[in-house]
Write a protein that binds this ligand. Structure first.
Ligand SMILES: Nc1ncnc2c1ncn2[C@@H]1O[C@H](COP(=O)(O)OP(=O)(O)OP(=O)(O)O)[C@@H](O)[C@H]1O
Ligand SMILES: [Mg+2]
Length: 444
């Protein structure tokens, strides 16, 4: 993102700018508001303005509005001047950034302005313990292996560790080992020299060097092939890397975090993952529990996403109604936090009235009360595009919900034997799906 600084780059404001740069921002600078306006008119890519106190922020905000330029203004100044800060906010500044700048605060401001969020939300004891463990080792240089199912928040936790580390002012660089073809992964990691292969028309810096002084997150590390695992191990041991086609190693100072959604120890046993690398990466391990094992977090996350997506879409914030919260609490969240986030995003867009009601909560396999068959266009029902197995599971669980857990009734309605039903339920339970218990006093 592009940040326009109004004021001098010499002092603490310049320091703020440099921190923003380490967070991936590009800087532009203007000495005065008039020059800044000229830049803003000429360049639609500016995302954020940092304006030093002392400039006429009220005039700037009004002028931006008059010219339909929607770029947030953050006022910056020493926090020994509380009145000036309050005046700036009153004049229309979005925030006040006290100087000297705090890297965390700058990260939060950039995040808010870019619409990206790396906030880590948690409420329940399970996740509190997980985060505490992560924070305890964050300030060390140790490699940390973060494990957990897909969508549980491994990357947000990794970013949190980076923010709490001594490398917080350095870069956080992530590389997904599963998303990149094997033959390209090496050059992504270590970079290449001009002419290293046909097509290598210029030197390219790899992720290791990009993360120098900071943190490198190796996502889905289990997917890295064994040959490259050896090179990675060497890089970690020697603290130097070889660019492809390079003639001399390059020193790097990188802290490694890795994630996996497979049992990495089992991959070692199977011979798919080098044991020495495993020990090297797994100095400390942090397991992120699936959402269904931390139901207390559902409400906190839902509210967070409801606020965030209301803001991003320019909608009014609607709280989640009690009925909607029940619906959310009852769901199995196989897609974990990512699934919850998508569900709430959709709910924010669909909700009407003063709250997000149950009708706006569309869960897979459950047609929300408001969206009945007549709203399905051209005879395409909500089933198309879904996997047979998932539809079957949802049908079984919903039927069981209707019969208040009574297996015999449910089997009759479904037209299957009670034995077949029991087998299915046992499989679901083994997958961690919440299965309604047999109702007390009813033949089950
Ligand atoms: N505790 C949390 N607080 C706020 N947002 C979260 C939290 N956990 C996850 N999310 C959000 O859920 C989504 C998935 O999180 P993330 O990418 O960290 O998961 P992951 O475990 O790395 O998933 P995958 O294994 O699929 O890569 C992201 O949009 C993330 O911002
Ligand atoms: Mg991830």
């Amino acid at each position: 993102m592009r940040v326009l600084i109004i004021g001098s780059l010499g002092g603490e404001l310049g320091q703020a700018g440099r921190i923003a740069v380490t967070r991936g921002a590009r800087l532009e600078q203007a000495d005065e508001i008039a020059a800044a306006m000229a830049r803003l008119r000429a360049d639609a890519r500016i995302d954020l303005i940092l304006c030093e106190l002392g400039h006429d922020i009220g005039w700037l905000v009004r002028q931006l509005a008059a010219e339909h330029i929607t770029v947030p203004v953050v006022a910056c100044g020493t926090d020994t001047d509380p009145d000036a800060a309050a005046d700036a906010i009153r004049a229309g500044a979005r925030e006040f950034l006290p100087l000297p700048p705090d890297p965390d605060l700058i990260a939060a401001i950039l995040e808010a302005a870019s619409g990206e969020s790396h906030a880590l939300i948690f409420r329940g004891a399970t996740m509190i313990a997980t985060v505490r463990r992560a924070e305890q080792v964050a300030r060390s240089e140790a490699s940390i292996l973060i494990s957990g199912e897909s969508g549980t928040g491994k990357e947000v936790l990794a970013r949190h560790i980076h923010r709490r580390s001594r490398r917080a002012a350095g870069n956080f660089v992530a590389l997904n080992c599963a998303a990149i073809p094997e033959n390209l992964l090496e050059s992504e990691l270590f970079g290449h020299e001009k002419g290293a292969f046909s097509g290598a028309v210029a030197r390219r810096i790899g992720k290791f060097e990009a993360a120098d002084g900071g943190t490198l997150l190796l996502d889905e590390i289990s997917e890295m092939d064994v040959r490259l695992q050896a090179k990675l191990l060497r890089a970690l041991q020697e603290r130097e890397i070889d660019r492809l086609g390079g003639s001399a190693p390059v020193k790097v100072n990188v802290r490694i975090l890795a994630t996996t959604n497979r049992e990495l120890a089992a991959e070692v046993t199977k011979g798919n993952f080098r044991e020495d690398l495993y020990f090297r990466l797994n100095v400390v391990s942090v397991a992120v529990p699936p959402l269904r094992r931390r139901p207390e977090d559902i409400a906190a996350l839902s509210e967070h996403f409801a606020r965030r997506y209301a803001e991003l879409n320019g909608f009014p914030f609607r709280p989640i109604s009690a009925m909607a919260a029940l619906r959310l609490a009852a769901h199995a969240w196989r897609g974990n936090v990512r699934e919850l986030e998508n569900t709430i995003h959709r709910a924010v867009l669909l909700a009407e009235g003063s709250e997000i009601g149950p009708a706006a909560i569309e869960l897979p396999g459950q047609v929300a009360p408001a969206a009945s068959a007549e709203s399905a266009p051209l005879g395409i029902t909500g089933l198309v595009g879904r996997r047979m197995e998932d539809v079957e599971r949802d049908l079984i669980l919903e039927t069981l919900g209707h019969t208040l857990g009574n297996r015999t009734h449910a089997a009759t309605i479904l037209g299957i034997s009670i034995r077949a039903l029991r087998n299915k339920l046992r499989d679901y339970a083994a997958q961690g799906v919440a299965v309604p218990p047999p109702a007390a006093g009813v033949a089950a």
